[in-house]
Design a protein around this ligand. Structure first.
Ligand code: PEP
Length: 246
């Protein structure tokens, strides 16, 4: 996947039910069609719903993925889900290193890079999340924090980076209603682009953090913002469609 097309990915987090997923995806499919949406659109559901989501989205323009993946191939890893399993359910994407997992599940930068590699090995595209906390921003450490999050990914080689999507999600903007300004986001996206190896310069860089229908267009208009990773607004069909159409 390259930045030639805008990319909008919904992250449902731990939300949904068989009934609500069905209604949401029906609404998204109809809405995208009516809007004549040109963006590449995907949703990342909780693991147990992947079969349902696959059934509802197969043959449509919307692809799907998971919100996490194990770094391991198989074996005695209770509770983990492998990339090969996701692949069997038709997943195209696997989010790795979401800040909620880095913070609540103590995921290290190295583990996140290992997960990205595991995903890419079976042909999934890792959606590699990075972002600073408010304290880190206030201490002027945005670039060093993001560089440290990216370093173990870069250490795995340019080929992997070229097959990755990076999502910049400032932790202070996630689920808070506080969006980074387009200029703040662009500044970090420009920094990330500059760090990418030459062969991976055209990977998509997504912005995430309280993207809503009313701020999506100005964010997506910035030079190095190639789309969005959408949390809360991805649970409301008309909002998600409006963001994708923007
Ligand atoms: C996210 O968690 O990936 C996210 C961007 O959430 P929200 O849009 O709700 O801030």
């Amino acid at each position: 996947v390259t930045r030639a097309n805008k990319l909008v990915i919904g992250n449902w987090k731990m939300n949904g039910s068989m009934e609500s997923n069905h209604a949401l995806l029906d609404g998204v499919l109809v809405g995208l069609e009516q809007a004549g949406c040109k963006a590449v659109v995907a949703v990342c559901s909780p693991f147990p719903y992947l079969a349902q989501v696959a059934g509802l989205l197969k043959g449509t323009a919307v692809s799907w993925g998971a919100q996490d993946v194990s770094a391991h191939g198989q074996g005695a890893y209770t509770g983990e889900v492998s990339a090969a399993m996701l692949s069997e359910f038709g997943c195209r994407w696997a989010i790795v290193g979401h800040s909620e997992r880095r913070a609540m599940h103590q995921e290290s930068a190295q583990l996140v890079a290992d997960k990205a590699e595991a995903a890419a090995t079976v042909g999934l595209t890792p959606v590699f999340c990075v972002g600073e906390t408010l304290a880190e921003r206030e201490a002027d450490r945005v670039q060093s924090v993001i560089a440290a999050q990216l370093a173990p990914l870069f250490a795995k080689g340019d080929d992997l980076v070229a097959r990755t999507v990076v999502a910049y999600e400032p932790v202070w903007a996630i689920g808070t209603g506080k969006t980074a300004s387009p200029e703040q986001a662009q500044q970090v996206h420009g920094f990330i682009r500059a760090q990418l190896p030459a062969s991976a310069k055209s990977i998509p860089l997504l912005y995430g953090g309280s993207v809503k229908p009313d701020n999506a267009a100005t964010l997506f208009a910035m030079d190095d913002i190639d789309g969005g990773l959408i949390g809360g607004a991805a649970l409301v069909a008309k909002d998600f469609v409006a963001i994708a159409a923007a």
